[in-house]
Every structure is written in structure tokens, then in C-alpha cells.
Ligand binder design. Structure first.
Ligand code: DNO
Length: 344
């Protein structure tokens, strides 16, 4: 495995040098952030990012994310041009040594939590989900914590309207259509696509979600068997669904898992949870069993510590501060070393 760390480009307040100082850190997971969704990422922008990483002694082999335009998810006639642009971005990234692209196919919203500043008894701050707070939200007048606030309320309402009546089957067909058109660019460049699960892995605000459980992956790989069609195995997203058996899924799909987001969550009742330190004993996600399942089944992809808490007085981007993610990386490094050595 290669340990990596998410870095939000030049706007990130965490310097690359600090990331490099974390033991066993091979590279960063980053993106071009100033190109509108749907347009081709220019080579000059990718080159700039790459040279910053090179200077810091870090690889740039994983991109998270190249976002998918809503028209592609909606299956509109404008999608062909947008998908061609996406394929061109893949080709451009391939020229700079990128090996894996993380993306998602969630309509309108990306990951979702109801609280970005949940304070734990020990004073640490983290992200949390509370069903009762979720139910209070009015989808037409949303002020959601964390997600991209680039939509005006009018745009958001317009978009939600366009999705009205969209079924899971249609959304799935639109995903398959998208993959079939871009995969030749992956065959050429060797880049693996790694779809991020829906977070949380169920429909929200009446929008269909199609990547959140074992049967979804079975269906996806049956429809698109190409080996470049792979997974970002996000334990926090999949783990929010109590119906998912994560070690089983990790074992079953290990050869398709190109990227693992390892994070912890702790349920406080049937539906509500908060995110916690990475350690298995800190929550409901059995990190040890997942790492073991991955390693024993030949996983050889990228790993990153995911959502950390804000600790030690840090006021970092929620989920993405330095300290707790660095602790997570150290824990995961030890876990992989032990499990890998045991297997030899
Ligand atoms: C949350 C992240 C996601 C992820 C995208 C991938 O912290 O894991 O936002 O980057 O869903 O496209």
C-alpha cells in the first residue's frame, strides 16, 4: 500500500512540508480546484500542482476528485461533450503520472453530516450525523454545513427539479454510459477510476443514490467489467449503513479497491453517530478486520487517513486538520505493517 494525505492545493493551510514530515507518507491526494466542473483541466494547471509536489518530495498519483457534471448524472443531451471533456482530463492527468482518480456519482450533494462542530466529552471536535436534525431540514432552503456552497438557492431548486422523477435505474444507466465512454482513456493511460460511495449510503432529499451497498457494486461490475472501473473504499461512508459488512466487502472487492479512505465512526443510538479517532476501539468500524481483509486479498492500492477530529487546539477545516489525520496515518501504518508481516 501507499500512504497518502489529502491536500487542498495552494489554498490549503497545511504546508506540503508538514505532510512530508508524517512517517511513511508517499504522496498527496489533490485536485485542480479552479476549473469549472465539466471543463477540461489544463495541462499547465496540472503541471503546476505536480511541480509543487515534486519540490516537496511527495508523489501526486491520486486525484480526488475530478467532479462529474450534473448533466452527466441527469443523462441530458449535453452530456456527450462533457464526458469527452472528462476523458480529455483523464488523458492530461495521465501525462503527469496520475494513477488513480476518485470521483462520485451522488446527485447534487456530496457527503453529508448535520454537524461539523460536534464537541466530544474530551473537547475534540468532529463531524456528526443526527437523524432528528436531518429531518428538520427544508431541502428547498438549505444551508448545509460542509458541502459546496457554490449553488444559489435558485440554482439548487432548479437542479432538484431536474432530478424529480429520476429513478435509481436511470441514474445507474447514466453512470454506466459515462464509464463506457471514459474507460478507453483509462485503458490508454493506465489510470484507475475509483468511485466513492454515497455518504451516507442511502437516498437523501428524495434524490436516488446508487453506490452504497454490496449489491450496488455487484451490479456495477457486472455492467462494466473493465478493470479500470474500481472503488474508493470509504469506511466512514459505507460504515454509516449498518446493513454493510465492511470486512466482507473489503475482502470481496479487494482487487477492485484502488483507494481506501479509512475513517472511524461511533454510533450513539440506532441512527446517530459522530466521527472519531481512527483506532478500532474508538468506534464501530473494525479497522483491523478491514485492513486484514484488504491485505489478505491482495490489496495494493493507495490509503489515506480520512476525516480527523480537530484536536490540540487546532482550528482546521472540519474533518481535514493536520494532527488527527497524522495520528490516523501513524496508526494505519502500524496496522498495515503488522498485518502484512503476519501474512508472510
Ligand atoms: C469527504 C470526501 C468526499 C469525496 C468525494 C469524492 O470527505 O471523502 O467529499 O472526496 O465524494 O468524489
Amino acid at each position: 500500500m501507499k500512504m497518502t494525505f489529502r491536500w487542498y492545493g495552494e489554498g490549503d493551510c497545511i504546508p506540503l512540508q508538514y505532510i512530508k514530515q508524517i512517517p511513511n507518507m508517499s504522496g498527496v491526494v489533490t485536485a485542480v480546484y479552479d476549473t469549472p466542473v465539466g471543463e477540461v483541466w489544463e495541462e499547465s494547471k496540472i503541471a503546476r500542482l505536480k511541480s509543487l509536489c515534486d519540490e516537496a518530495g511527495l508523489e501526486m498519483e491520486v486525484i480526488e476528485s475530478v467532479p462529474v457534471h450534473e448533466d452527466i448524472k441527469l443523462g441530458k443531451s449535453s452530456r456527450d461533450k462533457l464526458i469527452a471533456n472528462y476523458a480529455q482530463t483523464i488523458r492530461n492527468l495521465g501525462k503527469f503520472g496520475v494513477k488513480c482518480i476518485c470521483y462520485n456519482f451522488m446527485p447534487v450533494f456530496d457527503w453529508f453530516r448535520t454537524d461539523l462542530h460536534y464537541v466530544q466529552a474530551n473537547g475534540a471536535e468532529c463531524l456528526a450525523y443526527k437523524e432528528a436534525d436531518f429531518r428538520k431540514l427544508d431541502k428547498h432552503n438549505l444551508r448545509l454545513p460542509g458541502w459546496d456552497e457554490s449553488y444559489t438557492p435558485e440554482q439548487l431548486n432548479g437542479l432538484l427539479k431536474e432530478y424529480e422523477g429520476m429513478t435509481h435505474e436511470q441514474l445507474f444507466e447514466n453512470l454506466v454510459y459515462f464509464l463506457k465512454v471514459i474507460l478507453p482513456a483509462c485503458d490508454e493511460t493506465g489510470i484507475n477510476m475509483a468511485i466513492h460511495p454515497d455518504d451516507p449510503p442511502w437516498d437523501i432529499f428524495g434524490l436516488p443514490r446508487i453506490v452504497g451497498r454490496e449489491s450496488d457494486y455487484d451490479r456495477l461490475f457486472a455492467a462494466v467489467p473493465n478493470k479500470h472501473n474500481g472503488i474508493t473504499f470509504c469506511t466512514g461512508s459505507l460504515g454509516a449503513g449498518r446493513f454493510n459488512d465492511l470486512p466482507k466487502m473489503a475482502a470481496k472487492y479487494a482487487s477492485r479497491i484502488y483507494f481506501a479512505h479509512l475513517r472511524q465512526l461511533k454510533f450513539v443510538n440506532e441512527t446517530d453517530f459522530y466521527e472519531n479517532g481512527h483506532q478500532t476501539s474508538d468506534g464501530n468500524v473494525d479497522i483491523y478486520a478491514i485492513v486484514k481483509a484488504l491485505v489478505e486479498n491482495g490489496f495494493d492500492g493507495y490509503v489515506r487517513p480520512d476525516h480527523g477530529r480537530n484536536i490540540w487546539g487546532e482550528d482546521g477545516k472540519p474533518g481535514y486538520g493536520l494532527y488527527d489525520r497524522a495520528l490516523g496515518a501513524a496508526y494505519l501504518n502500524g496496522m498495515f505493517e503488522a498485518v502484512e508481516k503476519d501474512g508472510k
